[in-house]
Design a protein around this ligand. Structure first.
Ligand code: DGT
Ligand code: CA
Ligand code: CA
Length: 572
């Protein structure tokens, strides 16, 4: 199997970790980390390029030395520089670096002085109170380490956006009841709409900060107060989710919101921009020669750095700052641009509402159309439709459409893509539909090549219009199946097929990086909820979040068009 960009990135990250423990030059460490990022986010497979005899493209931060290493990894599957480091250093040491409060120097000291090689070694040393005796450590940091180790050994947990949203909304509502409260906002990865959040970062302004802190720790879901201070407190909720609260002065609000929204990589890049303009940028404001020149709003922070406003979803240091400088930021899609939903089920298969209830639900949300896309017959568990039942549903849709006036129900299907890439229903039946959505629901374990070919073959069928949840992943539960997404996107482009962003919060499939790849390659996407009940139409916001993270504009999205234009666009 060819080496993937992610494999190369992983090798670079491991190298950076080990170099850091060794105390190597920080610039060298950083070079590896930034190269890892560049490679993993590069839309084309570098090994494919090299194997085709082409040269590596010019990549930012990847000079001769690193390019040589990429070639070596593609050729041999390994990197001798990393192997060398690994020989010098026992296995789990890099893991230690991921613990809160443990930098590379301390990790190295623990190894040198106490022979710590693994997390369990470290736990044993902490329990025996051998760590507090070391220089640079004390009883407090030993306790903190022990807590961090136990958390890690218990498995680090990230939370889905939907769970995070429920907590954030309820907690924000609670905090708004604080006397003298001003702004209350959730920043961090949550505001950037990352698919999962590690913790919530809430920011408030308040006449008297201690009032906000008091109210925060009194929230009824709090299980443990991890830290309580004047401007920052941390609690763990019953669900296990951790929340940071920060109280900031009004004049710092914009700078703090920007800082705590992150991402860290974006912050660092923006700070460097500011430095070039003779400015200092931090969470308290923007300063020139020690004097405050701004920071009350995010707009002001960006403007002082010489940039237009950059939307939170773009702040990943994936080229947004460069694009902003060149006036090339996309005008991102908004929820209000969406005119209908293109993937939904009813009680006829595994949905929980009738056709009429689903149509009514879509109409109530201001939509102009809704596609009904039941499962097809081979999905027996979901009572998938055979041609006869599908035709009965088409008649029912005709009758309803008569009554619905301006609103239109599209006749469609989520046809199963069989193992050999054929579709689960005959062409003449598919030909009677307005359009066809197709998806893989079985045989997730095919080889990368076989899975890719299976999907390309399915797209060869001129009736297939939209590939639903293209990677099949379930966040935190099922890995995406092996597939060459670049080939799939190119295949879609060549065939006039389209891809879906499935809005189910545990799918979010395509993800942000692949969305952006599709946009750059010129393939339009459907934002679809896969609703099994009317309430699930509201999942659209999650798809919109991922689309924005993938740099999509209104024009990149199919269901921003009128019904007539949509059908024209889908026609193959
Ligand atoms: P998460 O919680 O893992 O899903 O991701 P974030 O992005 O919410 O990260 P978190 O909660 O550790 O920190 C919130 C934001 O604070 C982060 O996005 C950027 C900012 N931040 C945190 N640590 C640093 C830092 O060392 N340097 C800079 N420049 N910013 C930081
Ligand atoms: Ca966070
Ligand atoms: Ca945090």
């Amino acid at each position: 199997m060819p080496v993937q960009n992610a494999d190369i990135a992983e090798i670079f990250l491991r190298t950076a970790d080990l170099l850091e423990i060794q105390g190597a030059n920080p610039f060298r460490v950083r070079a590896y980390r930034s190269a890892a990022r560049t490679v993993s986010e590069h839309p084309h497979s570098l090994s494919a390029l090299l194997l085709e005899g082409k040269r590596l493209p010019k990549l930012p931060g990847i000079g001769k030395d690193l390019a040589g290493k990429i070639e070596e990894i593609v050729e041999t599957g390994a990197c001798s520089a990393l192997s060398e480091l690994q020989r010098e250093m026992p296995g789990e040491l890099p893991e230690l670096l991921k613990l809160a409060g443990l930098g590379p120097k301390k990790a190295a000291a623990l190894h040198r002085e106490l022979g710590v090689q693994s997390l369990s070694d470290l736990e044993a040393a902490a329990e025996a109170h051998r760590i507090r005796a070391l220089k640079g450590f004390g009883p407090k940091s030993e306790e903190k380490l022990l807590r961090a180790i136990r958390r890690r050994l218990g498995g680090e947990r990230r939370f889905g956006l939907r769970d995070a949203e429920q907590v954030a909304q309820s907690l924000i509502g609670w905090l708004k009841g604080t006397p003298g409260i001003g702004e209350v906002v959730a920043a961090g990865s949550y505001r950037r709409r990352l698919q999962t959040v590690g913790d919530l970062d809430i920011l408030v302004t308040c006449e008297r900060g201690e009032e906000a802190m008091k109210r925060f720790v009194e929230y009824d879901q709090v299980r443990e107060i991890v830290a309580r201070g004047e401007t920052k407190s941390t609690v763990r909720l019953r669900s296990g989710l951790q929340v940071d609260l920060r109280v900031v002065p009004e004049q710092s609000y914009g700078a703090a919101l920007h800082y705590f929204t992150g991402s860290k990589a974006h912050n660092i890049a923006l700070r460097q921009m500011a430095v070039k303009k003779g400015l200092k940028l931090n969470e308290y404001g923007v300063f020139r020669d020690g004097e405050r020149v701004g920071g009350v709003s995010e707009q002001e922070v960006f403007a002082l750095a010489g940039l237009p406003y950059i939307e939170p979803e773009l702040r990943e240091n994936r080229g947004e700052i460069e694009a902003a400088l060149q006036g090339m930021l996309p005008s991102l899609i908004e929820q209000g641009d969406i005119l209908g939903d293109l993937h939904a089920h009813t009680r006829a298969t595994d949905g929980r509402a009738t056709l009429e209830q689903m149509a009514e639900g879509a109409r109530k949300r201001g939509y102009r159309y809704l596609a009904i896309t039941e499962h097809s017959r081979s999905l027996a568990m979901a009572r998938g439709l055979d041609p006869e039942r599908l035709r009965r549903q088409m008649e029912e849709i005709d009758r309803l459409n008569e009554k619905l006036g301006d609103f239109r129900i599209f006749k469609s299907i989520e046809v199963d893509i069989l193992e050999d890439g054929s579709l689960d229903l005959p062409d003449d039946v598919l030909g009677e539909l307005d359009f066809t959505v197709g998806a893989v629901h079985s045989r997730f374990n095919l080889s990368r090549q076989a899975q890719t070919e299976r999907i390309l073959r399915a797209m060869d069928n001129r009736f297939l219009n939209i590939l639903a949840h293209p990677t099949g992943r379930l966040i935190g539960r099922r890995e995406p199946y092996e597939i060459d997404m670049e080939k799939v996107v190119r295949g879609a482009l060549e065939r006039g097929c389209h891809l879906e962003i499935n809005a189910q919060p545990d799918r979010l499939d395509l993800d942000d990086v692949h969305c952006r790849m599709a946009r750059e390659m010129g393939v339009k996407l459907a934002l679809s909820t896969d609703a099994h009940a009317p309430a699930e139409f509201d999942f659209m916001r999650f798809a919109v979040g991922q689309a924005r993270r993938g740099w999509l504009a209104r024009d990149d999205v199919l269901n921003t068009r009128s019904a007539a234009d949509l059908l024209k666009l889908l026609k193959r």
